[in-house]
Design a protein around this ligand. Structure first.
Ligand SMILES: [Ca+2]
Length: 228
């Protein structure tokens, strides 16, 4: 499953156009995080646990390590305390798999997340790609510039977007390449190179649930109006 997924991601990443990437660049620099319905800040799970083993409400997280900043410092040898997490002291590190996936029971129309990536061995920082999927259809993606730094002195930013309908978000480190159809990126398949915190999703109620609610309300209104 993971392998075929990676293949699909790779193929689709190659086919992305410049416009999507440019809109991604705009989103990265909009640091005003919208206030969305479902917020996951990773403070409730034990340090060192696998995010896949916890109930995060309507969102299911693929394998990734919940870590606090003190542990992150010991693991990565980068100063982290007070600068990595954007809420509390814990976030999610991609130690258990190269990419982190967030699958939602209900479709979502907006999301945001804080990210941080580590320096590459050669130069600069790992660029991160956030992809939005609806089933097997890619409906949007955001690419970080690999340069913007925050108070950690590492690559930091916020991915946020709205105006789509997706049921899965996947974040991974990529290498941006150039190709005939515009900007392209290749997944690097590496672990231990990025950290995310403060995920927010705006979910859409399932149509059937909405319909049932409406029918129920109609019934209540009719019942109330019925003469006794
Ligand atoms: Ca946090």
């Amino acid at each position: 499953m993971q392998r075929s997924w990676a293949g699909a991601v790779s193929r689709r990443v190659r086919s992305i156009g410049t416009s999507l990437l440019l809109s991604g660049a705009v989103a990265i620099f909009s640091f005003a995080t919208p206030s969305l319905a479902l917020v996951i800040d990773f403070e409730a799970a034990p340090n060192g646990s696998d995010a896949a083993s916890f109930d995060w409400g309507t969102v299911e997280i693929g394998s990734a390590l919940v870590l606090d900043e003190t542990t992150i410092e010991a693991l990565t040898l980068h100063t982290a305390v007070g600068t990595w997490a954007t809420s509390g002291s814990q976030g999610l590190f991609n130690s258990l798999a190269p990419e982190i996936s967030f699958a939602s029971d209900a479709p979502f129309s907006a999301f945001s997340l804080s990210f941080l990536s580590l320096p590459r061995p050669d130069q600069g920082f790992y660029q991160l790609l956030a992809q939005l999927w609806s089933g097997d259809q890619l409906v949007g993606q955001l690419l970080s510039d690999g340069q913007t730094t925050g108070d950690s002195a590492l690559h930091e930013g916020v991915f946020s977007a709205s105006g789509f309908l997706a049921d899965r978000l996947v974040v991974q480190a990529v290498e941006q390449t150039s190709c005939a159809l515009g900007l392209c990126a290749e997944p690097l398949g590496l672990r231990d190179n990025f950290f995310v915190d403060d995920l927010q999703f705006q979910t859409i109620p399932e149509p059937t649930v909405t319909l049932l609610l409406l029918l129920g309300m109609t019934g209540l209104v009719r019942g109330a109006r019925r003469p006794r």
